[in-house]
Design a binder for this molecule. Structure first.
Ligand SMILES: C[S@@+](CC[C@H](N)C(=O)[O-])C[C@H]1O[C@@H](n2cnc3c(N)ncnc32)[C@H](O)[C@@H]1O
Length: 195
């Protein structure tokens, strides 16, 4: 997962924007639902937030309050810094966060939890709880006929092929798993806050 996303940094936003390799597969209503998700993120109360696995900062830009972004990939962070020059970005491991206990009010994690297998999920949630009382997770909503847990084959522009672990969620089940509540759900997206 780490190497794949590092290699994908320069073309990562194509997925959110449904362009490039993702242009032909643009699902109906995708842009509207992405914008609705962005509005929900912007409506979160402005607090000290750590955006874990922030990637290119595509969602970081909508968070209000005092925001720090963290990612393991310097290539991702470079894109995020160019997008948000005023925001602090730190290179580090989400499973061993380089911050003292209770440094933040909220950990926000978009499209990260869904890529963690069970052992890493447990480690990540424990780390998130250590640094902040609230955890907000964004991911894909399970769609009819879709497999909830799987290994996807992904292709990059250079033709390289990668195997990526991915889960998609039934909103209420994700809320239950994290001991929280559903903040937003649409056809493609789900956002859960815990507690
Ligand atoms: C699917 S992207 C999500 C990026 C961003 N949050 C978004 O929603 O657009 C997953 C991100 O997780 C980062 N990542 C993977 N493993 C990580 C780890 N152990 N610690 C920190 N970041 C990690 C990758 O570099 C990548 O930027």
């Amino acid at each position: 997962m780490k190497t794949y996303y590092h290699a994908r940094a320069r073309e990562y936003d194509d997925w959110w924007l449904a362009r490039g390799l993702y242009g032909e597969k643009r699902p109906a209503g995708w842009d509207d639902e992405r914008r609705a998700l962005e509005r929900w993120i912007a409506d979160l109360p402005p607090v000290r937030t750590l955006d874990v696995a922030c990637g290119t900062g595509f969602m970081t830009q909508h968070l209000r309050g005092e925001v720090v972004g963290l990612d393991q990939s310097d290539a991702m962070i470079e894109v995020a810094r160019a997008r948000l020059p005023e925001t602090t970005f730190v290179q580090g491991d989400a499973l061993d966060l380089p911050f003292p206990d209770a440094s933040f009010d909220r950990v926000f994690a978009s499209y990260f939890y869904c890529h963690l297998e069970e052992q890493d999920r447990v480690r990540f949630v424990a780390e998130a709880r250590r640094v902040a009382p609230e955890l907000v997770v964004v991911g894909s909503r399970l769609r009819p006929g879709e497999q909830a847990e799987r290994w996807d084959e992904r292709v990059l522009r250079d033709g390289s092929r990668w195997q990526v672990y991915k889960r998609v969620f039934v909103p209420e089940e994700l809320a239950q798993e994290l001991g929280g509540r559903v903040l937003h759900e649409s056809r493609y997206f789900v956002m859960v806050a815990s507690p």
